[in-house]
Write a protein that binds this ligand. Structure first.
Ligand code: G1P
Length: 298
């Protein structure tokens, strides 16, 4: 059972400026909740009990979000707003939150290294704070990954999803031992390859389980052209040493909502808003009206 998760949230969010000028991209709302709340709810529903956020400057609102706010609680209690109280009562999640800062922007690998003492001798999960798995974060992917980690005595299990060939340069891409399966061994990995260099169209999808041996591998990785320590390169070192790196494919229902850029952020917001139990139906009519107006004008 994997009980600890490291959630890197230190990125600058430059692809979402100006929205992220003074607030973390992980706090942008997708319909009703900030992204990072979906991530935490997904982790907790898969058995995670302790979460370490690796933060950076101007990320304090994440800490505030999961904190107890006595004045808000009192106001909502007095107004008898029980449902809203539940929505902001993170004690109900029964998870413990920890925070540490990545002092310099030195890449994802370096951010994970900040979790070394937190993880200790136990295997741990890494969940990227800008990726939601499944509509409303309903996903068992992490539990399936944990099962594979144990059954295969792996050093790493990574979630993967199929992406269009022409988009491989946005992702870490894995080379499967043999293709087609839902669970397979990974032979090699390459970070953001051009389509002609990509060994497959299976992209790393923001969830990883590692044995603590990954920390030694990260320390051995040389910085890339931008001076960043890539986590994917540390995973390649695991493969080079003959350690078992496994991949678990996300199901279509577990599609990854990526909040790292505007097109997929917009799409995620609209999809979640359409699924809202209270406002979804009305929002659908509004969208249809707007689209009809637009096509009449064309
Ligand atoms: C990171 C990883 C990459 C992965 C992607 C989506 O890239 O480095 O391997 O495919 O997340 O999970 P980023 O989007 O931070 O550039």
């Amino acid at each position: 059972m994997i009980q600890s998760a490291v959630v890197p949230v230190a990125g600058l969010g430059t692809r979402l400026l100006p929205a992220t000028k003074s607030q973390p991209k992980e706090m942008l709302p997708v319909a009703r909740k900030p992204i990072v709340q979906y991530v935490v709810e997904e982790l907790v529903s898969n058995g995670i009990q302790q979460v370490l956020f690796v933060t950076g400057r101007s990320k304090a609102s994440i800490e505030n979000h999961f904190d107890y706010d006595p004045e808000l609680f009192q106001a909502l209690t007095q107004a008898n707003k029980q449902e809203l109280l539940n929505d902001v009562d993170f004690a109900r999640l029964k998870a413990q939150f920890f925070y540490t800062r990545q002092r310099m922007q030195r890449g994802l690998g370096d951010a994970i290294l900040c979790g070394e003492n937190f993880a200790g001798e136990e295997p741990f999960l890494v969940a990227l704070g800008d990726s939601i798995l499944g509509l409303n974060a309903v996903s068992r992917a992490v539990s399936r990954m944990a099962d594979v980690f144990e059954a295969k005595r792996a050093s790493c299990v990574v979630a993967v999803e199929e992406v269009p060939r022409e988009e491989t340069s946005h992702y870490g891409i894995v080379q499967p031992e043999q293709g087609g399966d839902d669970v397979f061994r990974v032979l090699n990995l390459i970070e953001k390859p051009a389509p002609e260099q990509a060994p497959s169209n299976l992209a790393i999808a923001g969830r990883y389980i590692f044995s603590p041996v990954i920390f030694d591998m990260i320390r051995r990785v040389k910085p890339d052209k931008k001076g960043e320590i890539q986590l994917t390169d540390a995973m390649q070192l695991l493969c080079d040493e003959g350690r078992r790196v496994m991949a678990v494919k996300l199901t279509p229902e577990e599609k990854r909502y990526d909040i790292g850029n505007f097109p997929s952020y917009f799409e995620s917001f609209v999809e979640f808003a359409l699924a809202d139990p209270v406002y979804g139906a009305e929002f659908r009519r509004t969208l249809e009206r707007l689209l009809a107006k637009k096509s009449a004008a064309v």
